[in-house]
Write a protein that binds this ligand. Structure first.
Ligand code: NAI
Length: 328
């Protein structure tokens, strides 16, 4: 079984190669190119292709893949909004994905961001490196005994609830659906109540029409002064311009963002030599209480191994015509 692996990064190659001996029937070729109509032809005589969130798996790409003899598209991620699923069905190409891989990886980064902005670790690290041992600008607050407000209590939000409980926090949550696994220690409240009473707010709901810009100047004004806000979910849950307005109103003790509206085009690219034009990212980073990372929530050894293992099992199932819960 031959697999062509598009847009391969060094860490992808490492994680897939490390478990390949468990799949003796699979042979993988890695290429750096993204899967799109111009590169689909490279899959000639491969049984399956592996793609990521940024691929263009449109009808045109799928037609070319089908002509090449490809029988399965394996998404090495949960999302599949970039795949024309109807066209794949019409062409008889199976599409499989990795619905869940280590939710704790994302939740632990959410807490790391909350801690880092609270205790200003990014500043403290640089100060000590510069032989500056003063404490100016570093004072934080206790999490112990405070209230954590978790928006969205699916797999990742539930993991964040458990972490916050471990810190000795009272945990409240808002979701359109209540997670029964959390009933012993999480109190569900309205979104308004959560905004008004939380000391730490962490976003873990998906980006939908109903959640687009759910954090805006109106919701920010409802928050407590000195709140910490963390977003590891999707950038557009927050209206960035209005977040900046809220920062200028001195609302936040800290803000930690692993995702942000402007990230497309930046994510996983090195743009350090470029002059950024009209960058709200740069504006956000000009504030002393903001810390940003680039969509690295999923990026742990365990999550990468889980993605590789599920993807290769998906390949075997797809080529044997076996349907599973990972089918799109
Ligand atoms: P999930 O599907 O298990 O949970 C999502 C939860 O959000 C569900 O409980 C759902 O009922 C709730 N929800 C839906 N609409 C809502 C609304 N209007 N208000 C409040 N809650 C609502 O998803 P999972 O796996 O926990 O992922 C959460 C998000 O994390 C994903 O949507 C994704 O955007 C993000 N993510 C970020 C990663 C990173 O590397 N930073 C990696 C993986 C996921």
């Amino acid at each position: 079984m031959k697999l062509l692996f598009y847009a391969a990064k060094t860490y992808d190659i490492k994680s897939f190669d490390s478990i390949l001996s468990n799949f003796p029937d699979i042979e993988i070729d890695y290429i750096e190119h993204e899967l799109e109509p111009r590169t689909a032809i490279l899959a000639k005589d491969y049984d399956a292709v592996c793609a990521f969130v940024s691929a263009d798996v449109s009808a045109q790409t799928l037609e070319i893949l089908s002509g090449c003899g490809v029988k399965a598209v394996l998404m090495r991620c949960a999302g599949y909004n970039n795949v024309d699923v109807d066209k794949a069905k019409e062409l008889g190409i199976a599409v499989k994905r990795v619905p869940a891989y280590s939710p704790e990886s994302v939740a632990e980064l959410a807490m790391a961001l909350a801690m880092a902005v609270n205790r200003r670790l990014y500043k403290a690290y640089n100060k000590v490196r510069e032989n500056d041992y003063t404490l100016k600008g570093l004072r934080g607050v206790l999490f112990y005994g405070k209230t954590a407000g978790i928006v969205g209590t699916g797999k990742i939000g539930a993991a964040m609830c458990r972490i916050c409980r471990g810190f000795g926090m009272k945990v409240i949550a808002y979701d359109v659906y209540q997670n029964p696994d959390l009933k012993d220690f999480v109190e569900y409240v309205s979104l308004d109540e959560l905004l008004k009473t939380s000391d730490l707010i962490s976003l873990h709901c998906p980006l939908l029409d109903s959640t687009y810009h759910m954090i805006n100047i109106e919701s920010i004004k409802k928050m407590k002064d000195g709140v910490i806000l963390v977003n590891t979910s999707r950038g557009a849950l927050i209206d960035t311009d209005e977040l900046i307005e809220g920062i200028r109103l001195n609302k936040f003790l800290g803000i930690g963002l692993d995702v942000y509206e402007e990230e497309t085009g930046n994510v996983y690219e090195d743009r350090s030599d470029e002059i950024m034009q009209h960058s709200v990212t740069a504006r956000l980073l000009s504030f002393p209480n903001v810390m940003m990372t680039s969509h690295q929530g999923f990026y742990t050894l365990e999550a990468l191994e889980a993605i590789a293992d599920t993807t290769l099992n998906n390949m075997i199932d797809a080529l044997k015509g076996i349907q599973t819960g990972n089918d799109v």
